[in-house]
Design a protein around this ligand. Structure first.
Ligand code: WT7
Length: 654
């Protein structure tokens, strides 16, 4: 087939026409309630970023020293609020207390075994100050890297805020990673201290974190001390001179620790994210720009008000936990629900029981969780009163329209708007999302860019694509929350995000803009399936499969094919425990009907589960190797959640 212009674009084959405007009741009470309001903000941020962000910067953050410029383009990235000094921990704590919110609950926590704990802003401030003094007493100064490998307990948030308070840079590592992964990250970051716990609860079992850390520290030569939180109260080895118990160190620590004034561009944290190949990269975020971005996006997207109890189910080991469990909500004085454990312990209704008992008003979770709930069955939901909910959100992957509909009906009772938020570790906070009081939502679309976000979609020749054609999604104007680099690797930073489309941030995702101005994320650029010159997006094929009543989850990948270039292979997991006899043919017919002959899968394999990263993303790259019959994968499997699944998928082939 000749290389026509169209073949450089991604074909769009999915049809979704449902539209869900917010109710009058919701809109009337919302902070942003009309399309005109949004448009005015959007236009001002685009055309007068200096004025828009200058005003917000001055009004929304506390300045020890005022900034003298709003932003300056500086090579690939822009720097924000130059000359100013502020502090993330101050804005989350001291500023809230000064504003009269000291007695409000900041963190409402539930452990997996069932115990609960609340911390007011005043109490949280005190703990943070004490722990900041502990860090100082162990030789931690401004600019030092603190490696955190802890359970989802309030102490994890305390540790992060304590670092921010004194300008130490935290690197939070999700507490499911291996010793090897911790050591790699510690070495790359040159971490000076390790924070951990004796263990954590997961599905009723103890995960011995300290044992894993002991292994990791054998290969972390820069780490001098290890502070250990007692969570499980079990025996664990403590190395004299190196290891210190959290509670013992806290006993004698003073609660007086003023926040250190930090330059706007000071690194607040690094967070490792797995690249498509090779070693993980430490994404570097700043102080002022990041803080302003998460503060405002939290307010706009979640329409936050004082009566809310906000629950983001992400772990602080991911950017979602950084931005929407800790820094975004707390800099708005919000009450945050925090849960330690698994969604299916002691039973599959744990989330709904938490919402009912704590009267959660906003739930922000991942499509992978929603698909699991659907698979587990409606009876778990039906047993609980979810009427406290007023708003729902999703993040992490595209949501298949049928999963969206279930979330809307079953969890939202058809009254809660759904905000499908698109963003990345690199972007610091949400870039595209409905505004719940304004935007009529379409299932599967993250709708529109937030103020300050200027997207552009180009084909492989860097030409802008027409509406309804897919291409590479870039962001053409800097925004305050964007990453400022990859820790210790400027070259990779430039190569990965800036080299391909000059002066634009390359997101690595494909997207399409529809005729109503709505964006649809089509999956990663590298995952496109090329069948006879037609370039198909993974999510469209998968969504067609998921719209079949028996399908719980699906992953679509391309495998080499002599005639078509690539053939479509799909991996499908079904709801309940029904029989799959005859289902493959039925699914082929279903896809033909939903999107056409072009997208009919060549191979269909049924599987009980799909390989996922520890943050719940389907690992299509691994499936590609399996679909093409490779005995060994060339891909990085270190982020794979359940290694046995690979072997299972391979043995299903016979
Ligand atoms: C990638 C970023 C966003 C914080 C958590 C994940 C995919 C994320 C959506 C969405 C479609 C989405 C993209 C993106 N993604 N949200 N609402 N719709 N895709 O952060 O691990 O850095 O992953 O997740 O592919 O690039 P991350």
């Amino acid at each position: 087939m000749s290389e026509t212009h169209a073949s450089k674009q991604i074909d769009h084959v999915m049809h979704e026409h449902r539209l869900f405007p917010p109710s009058k009741e919701f809109s009337n009470k919302a902070r942003i309630s009309t399309a005109e309001q949004y448009q005015e903000m959007y236009d001002r941020a685009k055309n007068d970023p200096d004025g828009f962000w200058g005003e917000l910067g001055r009004n929304e953050l506390h300045w020890f020293k005022p900034f003298d410029s709003v932003y300056e383009r500086n090579g690939d990235v822009a720097t924000w609020f130059g000359g100013g000094q502020t502090n993330l921990s101050y804005n989350c704590l001291d500023a809230q207390i000064a504003g009269g919110r000291g007695d409000r609950i900041a963190i409402l926590w539930e452990g997996e075994p069932g115990e609960t704990l609340t911390l007011t802003y005043t109490e949280l401030h005190r703990q943070v100050c004490k722990f900041a003094n502990v860090l100082k007493s162990l030789g931690i100064n401004k600019g030092d890297v603190v490696s955190i490998y802890m359970p989802m307990t309030p102490e994890l948030a305390i540790a992060m805020l304590a670092c921010a308070r004194i300008g130490a840079i935290h690197s939070v590592i999700f507490a499911g990673f291996s010793a090897e992964a911790i050591a790699d990250r510690n070495q790359d970051a040159r971490a000076k201290i390790q924070l951990t716990a004796d263990g954590l609860w997961r599905r009723g079992k103890v995960l011995k974190l300290k044992d894993t850390v002991d292994q990791a520290l054998l290969k972390s030569p820069t780490v001098q001390h290890c502070v250990v939180l007692k969570r499980i109260d079990r025996e664990c080895s403590m190395q004299a001179g190196r290891d210190i118990w959290w509670h013992e160190a806290m006993e004698s620590a003073s609660a007086d620790c003023p926040a250190t004034p930090l330059d706007s561009e000071a690194t607040s944290f690094i967070l490792y994210t797995s690249g498509s190949t090779g070693k993980p990269k430490g994404i570097r975020h700043t102080t002022a720009g990041y803080n302003l971005w998460v503060k405002k996006t939290f307010e706009w997207v979640f329409d936050h008000r004082d009566s809310d109890i906000f629950w983001c189910t992400a772990d602080c080991g991911w950017i979602t936990g950084h931005s929407y469990v800790v820094y975004g909500p707390l800099s708005n004085g919000a009450t945050v629900m925090m849960y330690e454990g698994a969604p299916n312990f002691p039973a599959e209704d744990r989330f709904w029981s938490i919402i009912e008992r704590h009267k959660v008003t906003i739930l922000y979770t991942a499509p992978t969780a929603i698909r699991a709930f659907i698979k587990w069955g409606d009876q778990h939901v039906d047993a609980h009163d979810l009427s406290s909910l007023r708003l729902l959100g999703t993040v992490g992957e595209g949501i298949n329209p049928e999963a969206w509909m279930w979330y809307h009906r079953k969890i939202g009772g058809e009254r809660c708007p759904i905000v499908d938020t698109w963003w990345q570790t690199e972007t610091g906070g949400i870039l595209m999302s409905p505004l719940p009081g304004v935007t009529a939502t379409k299932p599967g679309s993250c709708t529109r860019p937030l103020p300050g976000v200027v997207p552009m979609i180009v084909d492989e020749e860097l030409q802008p694509v027409e509406p309804n054609h897919g291409g590479m999604l870039c962001i053409s104007q800097p925004w305050p929350g964007m990453l400022r680099g990859i820790w210790g690797d400027d070259e990779r930073f430039h190569e990965q995000y800036w080299a391909r489309v000059p002066n634009n941030y390359l997101t690595g995702d494909n997207a399409r803009l529809d005729r109503d101005g709505y964006y649809w994320i089509m999956g990663r650029i590298d995952d496109v399936i090329n069948v006879s010159g037609h370039r198909l997006s993974t999510i469209e094929v998968e969504s067609a499969l998921v719209s079949h009543p028996m399908v719980a989850e699906a992953a679509a990948v391309g495998r080499p094919d002599d005639i078509k270039g690539q053939a479509i292979a799909v991996f499908v997991s079904i709801k309940g425990s029904g029989s799959t006899a005859g289902l493959a043919d039925e699914l082929k017919a279903h896809v033909r009907k939903e999107i056409g002959a072009l997208a009919v899968p060549d191979d269909i394999r049924f599987t009980s589960s799909l390989p996922k990263t520890r943050s719940g993303k389907i690992m299509r790259r691994l499936l590609r190797d399996i679909a093409s019959g490779k005995a060994e994968t060339s891909q990085d499997t270190s982020t794979l959640e359940d290694y046995t699944i690979l072997a299972k998928l391979r043995s299903d082939e016979e």
